[in-house]
Every structure is written in structure tokens, then in C-alpha cells.
Design a protein around this ligand. Structure first.
Ligand code: PFF
Length: 476
């Protein structure tokens, strides 16, 4: 039965999966988290998580989709049945649907910032920095960002615009909506990033940015709160780095699974996955290499938080030749990258709704989009009307967290890694080995297969488990 389309080729899948992986997570989130957690140590832990957990889990997730051929909810049900286990495994699909809704609800608000910056850069707002003394530039650029997020009406309008376009794209279906956009966007984004890297290299503090990103200081990573008398151990950085690896690679919630379901029957999974992981990692590192030199050259703080990218890159666009042009192009591409991720966040829900037989693709897209839009209002208000509302501040972990922060924390740091553990366990412990080997089109003595199986069986579950225990303070 062929309920959905199929990718026209393996390349089409690579493009779509890369489209899902590369997004705000790489360009907005990775740099500000790296800044918040002090640089090099965060980066190295992130890279280790990508290699030792992300890559194997992605292969597993693609394989689950390719075998299940349905939405994550039904794929998990079918595969659990096939392996002789409880159909409750479909809960994994459900938690993915919920995680996707929650992530998209705030993702869309941030994507709205990128949309808002398109006209801002295009009309040359930031060229004003050329007439300013050096020490006023950062303040001016920061005030533009603050002016945006403090205005609930503007944020709501951009959030709505982003969701509406997402709904239209999702309603268009697998080949119509998803494939076309990514094909041109990814190479273009890459080229603009290289141009920006050129600008970053010309700034006075380029080397300081490099050192910040690659000098590894585990002491301040693990003991961020040191006073003269004592140091306090914290597992937050490890958890954040691991969560970011899952988030950036779109893992643990069924996005990649549902894309795997649209793979042609004989497509090789291992190489395809490796290509996606490599592209995603490259873009994140590039973004960091661009942003930190600008941070240090303008006296900004790396730990400036969620606005970091929006407070740094416009400085470059204000100063470099053809800056308004490249800047406009950059924010257009960033918005497109966000859309290609947004589509994948909502696809598990839409695919499932269509499978129930009660919805067309169109009505399923509209319904899901509306729900996400509503939840997103919590995040819109987190930056203005409700910026003082900290719903769970009675728990020390959630102190000072707005709705926006909480939804981000719950999804990236908890739901995605947990989803990843269960996928790893399902594939490496419960599925029939022969089925796995067939789907991967390999043999049981293939060395790559054996390493993968080992990582999935032991390293991923134990690794995620240890990071969780550490974060709740078991080892401190
Ligand atoms: N990977 C996307 C990004 O880095 O922007 C975000 C994302 C998409 C997360 C899909 C999770 C997901 F399932």
C-alpha cells in the first residue's frame, strides 16, 4: 500500500533529511549555547555525542521508518507486533508527535525573528553602525533586537506568518512541498556562510573566537559556579550538549523516522546518514566560527543568551561591502532552513492524522498548524507580557525559566534523548537481527555494522542514562 509519496531518489532523501537537520538549531541555538556553556568543552562534548549517539541513532531511526512505512505511531505499532512485543511501543510515536508540536511552537517564534529581520536588513537599518563610535555599535544592534521581542504584536504576527506558510508547505505533500525548496537552499546557505566567515576572519578578534570554540576547559564546564571558597559541580552543560546533539540532528521524535518511511526500498542507510550528520555538524561549526569573532571584536558577551545571533551578525551586515544584500539573503535562507525543519517537526502528526482515515492531508495540516500556533502564544508572551512568569520556579532546575525556556528544556534535554534511548533499545535489543541486517543491506560480520550495533546497544542507552543521572545530581 502506498499512502504517501516516495522520494524520487536517494539524493532527495538526503536533501530532505539535511533540510530537517540544518536549521535554527545550527545557526541560532548552537552558538548561543556554546557561548552560555563556556566554549570548547561544550563543543567537544557535543561532537562526541553526535558521533557516538547521534549517528547510530539516526541510522536506527531511518531504518525503523523504512521498515515500518507509516507514521511513527503506526510504524512502531507494526514493528513491535512483528518482533512479538507490546503494541504500547506506539507510545514512542505519540511522544514524538507531542515533542514535535512543542518544539515547533517556539521554533516558529524564533523563525519569526528571522523573518522580521529580512525587511530590517534590507532597508539598511544596520548600515548606521558605520557612523558610530566602536563602543556604541553593539548597544545599537542589541536595541533593535530588544525592540522586536518586547513587542508582542509584532512577534505574534511573524509567528503566525511562519506557521501559515508551514501549513501550506506541509499540505503540498512529500514531493511537491518538501523536495523542491531544499535543493537550492542548502548550497546557497553554505555559500553565504562562507562569505560571512571571510568577514569574521577580517575582524580583529578572529583568533580569540577560535580559541573560545576550541580550547577545552573542562573545569569551568563542570564547575561553572566557583567562588573563592568552593566550587559547585553541575551536570547542566553535559545535558545541554547531549540535548543539542539530538535536537540539531532532528532525532528521537520521529521526524527522521517518517522521512525514512518515504525512502525507496533499496536505499543505503549508512552512507546517507553519514552525509546528513556531516552537513549538519559543518554548518553548526561554521556558525560558531562566524559569530564568536564578532562577539569578541565588539565587546559583547558570549553568554548573551537567545538573542546572540541577532545581536552579532547584523554588525557584520552593517559593515561589510554589499552587507545589506548578503544580510537580506542570509535571513531569507535562515527562514527557509527553518521552514524545512518545521515541515519535519509537524510531519509525524500529519502522517498519523491522514492514516486515521478521517483527514485529508490538507485538513490534517491545518489542524496541526492551528494547535501549534496556539501553544506558540506562550512563547510569544515569554519575551514581553509574561517575561516575569516563571511557572516552575519552585524547582531549582527550572528556576528563572519562562514558558519558552521550559518548553525548550523539556523537549531538547529530556524528550528527544529519551526517545533516542527507546529507539536504540528497540532496534538493538528487540528487533530480529536478520531484519535489521536485511534493512541495512549488510552482513552480520561487516565491521561497520558491528560497531554500529555495539554503540546502539550499549553506548547510547548507557550514555544518555548517565547524563540524565548526572543532571539530577546523582554523582555530585
Ligand atoms: N534539527 C532542527 C534544527 O537544528 O533546527 C530542529 C529539529 C527538527 C529538531 C526536527 C527536531 C526535529 F525532529
Amino acid at each position: 500500500m502506498k499512502r504517501y509519496g516516495e522520494w524520487s531518489s536517494r539524493l532527495a532523501f538526503i536533501l530532505a533529511a539535511t533540510g530537517s537537520a540544518v536549521g535554527l538549531g545550527n545557526i541560532w541555538k548552537f552558538p548561543y549555547m556554546t557561548g552560555e556553556y563556556g566554549g570548547g568543552a561544550f563543543v567537544i562534548v557535543y561532537l562526541l555525542c553526535v558521533a557516538l549517539m547521534g549517528l547510530p541513532v539516526m541510522m536506527a531511526e531511518v531504518m525503523l521508518g523504512k521498515r515500518g512505512r507509516n507514521s511513527p505511531v503506526n510504524s512502531m505499532r507494526i514493528l513491535a507486533q512483528e518482533a512479538g512485543y507490546s503494541q504500547l511501543w506506539r507510545i514512542l510515536g505519540w511522544s514524538g508527535v507531542i515533542a514535535g508540536f512543542l518544539i515547533l511552537s517556539y521554533y516558529s517564534v524564533v523563525a519569526g525573528w528571522a523573518l522580521a529581520y529580512i525587511p530590517e536588513v534590507a532597508k539598511g537599518t544596520f548600515t548606521a553602525v558605520n557612523m558610530m563610535p566602536q563602543n556604541e555599535i553593539a548597544g545599537f544592534v542589541g536595541s533593535i533586537f530588544n525592540g522586536l521581542v518586547e513587542n508582542p504584536i509584532r512577534l505574534l504576527a511573524w509567528h503566525s506568518a511562519f506557521i501559515v506558510v508551514t501549513m501550506i508547505m506541509v499540505a503540498g505533500g512529500v514531493q511537491g512541498g518538501l523536495e523542491r525548496a531544499v535543493r537550492f537552499m542548502m548550497p546557497a546557505l553554505f555559500i553565504v556562510l562562507l562569505i560571512l566567515l571571510g568577514y569574521a576572519m577580517s575582524t580583529p578578534e578572529f583568533m580569540k573566537g577560535i580559541h573560545f570554540m576550541f580550547d577545552i576547559d573542562f573545569k569551568s564546564f563542570l564547575y561553572p559556579n566557583c567562588t573563592e571558597k568552593s566550587c559547585e559541580w553541575s551536570g547542566d552543560g553535559l545535558l545541554a550538549a547531549m540535548g543539542q546533539a539530538f535536537f540539531s540532528l532532528s532525532l528521537g521524535m520521529g521526524s527522521i523516522m517518517v522521512y525514512g518511511a518515504y525512502l525507496p526500498k533499496h536505499a543505503s542507510i549508512a552512507q546517507t546518514t553519514a552525509a546528513v550528520v556531516a552537513a549538519d555538524t559543518l554548518v553548526a561549526i561554521l556558525a560558531g566560527l562566524i559569530i564568536f569573532p564578532i562577539v569578541f571584536s565588539n565587546g559583547l558577551q558570549p553568554g548573551a543568551g537567545v538573542g546572540l545571533v541577532f545581536k552579532t551578525l547584523p554588525i557584520a551586515f552593517g559593515q561589510m561591502p554589499f552587507g545589506s544584500l548578503f544580510g537580506t539573503l542570509f535571513f531569507v535562507l535562515l527562514a527557509l532552513a527553518a521552514w524545512s525543519s518545521a515541515i519535519s517537526l509537524i510531519e509525524p502528526a500529519v502522517a498519523w492524522l491522514v492514516e486515521t482515515g478521517k483527514f485529508t492531508r490538507f485538513s490534517a495540516s491545518v489542524l496541526s498548524g492551528l494547535m501549534v500556533w496556539l501553544v506558540g502564544i506562550l512563547s510569544v508572551f515569554s519575551f514581553n507580557l509574561w517575561s516575569d512568569v516563571k511557572p516552575l520556579s519552585m524547582f531549582s532546575t527550572f528556576e528563572n525559566k519562562t514558558f519558552f525556556d521550559l518548553i525548550d528544556y523539556l523537549t531538547a534535554n529530556i524528550m528527544l534523548p529519551l526517545g533516542g534511548i527507546f529507539m536504540a533499545i528497540f532496534v538493538a535489543w528487540l528487533m530480529k537481527k536478520q531484519i535489521v541486517i536485511d534493512e541495512l543491506e549488510t552482513t552480520s560480520d561487516n565491521i561497520g555494522y558491528r560497531i554500529w550495533h555495539f554503540l546502539l546497544r550499549y553506548v547510547t542507552p548507557i550514555g544518555v542514562g548517565l547524563v540524565f543521572l548526572n543532571a539530577i545530581g546523582v554523582f555530585s
